[in-house]
Design a binder for this molecule. Structure first.
Ligand code: PSU
Ligand code: MN
Length: 311
């Protein structure tokens, strides 16, 4: 039978032995950051996860095969490659059947992680409801997958380029639990604050692991979003970044940027306007998310094991 999925031997071993695994997306490598910072980020994130005692699984599509876990060479290849397709749910069929290279978004990565039974995933920021989304209908597929798939995603909030208030409303409608990691405020990616309150503050990874177990054990379907603020020392100035975002949005509008191009365009523009400061913040928040995701994955495996022993 033709196989569309290939699981890296390290990840395969971890699945077999019930070791903690953290999935990672690849759109952030190909569309979210320039070369060579993207390679540096992708490798460092993996090493943070390993150091913490979990196994990283960066997910992408290479030559029509969904790869759960990439080799260093594959990471290098993707980071340099041009014409990699940004893959969310609607793109899988095309990319697999045409044997293309694809970088999975949060939504695509959740789908693929779920195929391999991986429950924890670290990213930078999720997609959400874009500003003026009620007119453009530009609402990221990420929110739909969060409502349907049993994977926990650690992020630094939704990107500040979005309408965060509408994004939270949408997540509520879709039944996605949004947890603040040691905070009661939704972080806004580049900044640790947004002015929007969250319902639940979680004090540690252990509490989050037992929440995952409880939600899924009773048969509730859907993801869990952990909002982990960018560390204080890297948090950018809220007014300044807001100003920059406005400028980037204005330019996107003038140039008629739309659809899947919007997010990459805005990220690159903001990086230029802040002379690289936003990229630095982006790197640091991803590292922090990988660390917290590892802790959660480790606690979750423990939790499952104890639960099985109890019954
Ligand atoms: N966060 C980042 N950089 C990124 C993205 C998120 O720090 O490049 C990507 C993710 O892959 C996310 C996607 O799923 O942007 C959302 O794109 P869209 O708005 O087109 O759904
Ligand atoms: Mn979109």
């Amino acid at each position: 039978m033709k196989s569309y999925i290939e699981i890296h031997p390290d990840v395969q071993k971890a699945i077999k032995k019930h070791q903690p695994i953290v999935a990672l997306e690849s759109t952030i490598i190909t569309h979210g950051m320039p070369y060579p910072e993207n390679v540096k980020m992708a490798k460092r994130v993996e090493s943070i996860i390993r150091h913490e005692g979990a196994v990283p699984a960066t997910i992408a599509i290479i030559n029509g095969i969904i790869k759960i876990g990439l080799s260093e060479d594959e990471i290098e290849y993707l980071a340099k490659a041009k014409d990699v397709i940004k893959v969310s749910k609607r793109d899988f069929g095309y990319v697999l059947s045409q044997k293309k290279d694809g970088a999975t978004t949060v939504s695509g990565t959740m789908l693929a992680a779920n195929m391999a039974g991986i429950k924890v995933f670290a990213t930078g920021g999720i997609g959400g409801v874009h500003r003026e989304g009620h007119i453009t209908f530009d609402i990221s597929r990420d929110l739909e997958e969060l409502s349907e798939i049993n994977v926990l995603v650690v992020c630094a909030g939704a990107k500040a380029i979005l309408d965060l208030k509408l994004t939270l409303e949408y997540l509520e409608t879709k039944g996605v639990e949004v947890l603040g990691y040691q905070t009661k405020e939704l972080p806004a990616f580049y900044t640790k604050d947004s002015g929007l309150e969250l319902d639940y503050l979680m004090k540690d990874a252990k509490d989050i692991a037992s929440l995952m177990q409880a939600k899924w054990e009773v048969g509730l379907k859907g993801g869990i979003l952990v909002a982990n603020p960018i560390p204080d020392m890297y948090s950018m100035n809220r007014e300044e970044i807001e100003d920059t975002i406005e400028k980037a949005l204005q330019e996107a509008k003038e140039k008629g940027i739309h659809g899947k191009e919007t997010t990459p365009f805005l990220l690159a523009k903001i990086k230029d306007l802040t002379k690289g400061d936003s990229l630095n913040a982006n790197l640091e928040l991803v590292y922090h998310n990988a660390l917290i995701a590892s802790k959660i994955a480790i606690e979750y495996e423990r939790c499952i094991k104890n639960f099985k022993e109890d019954i």
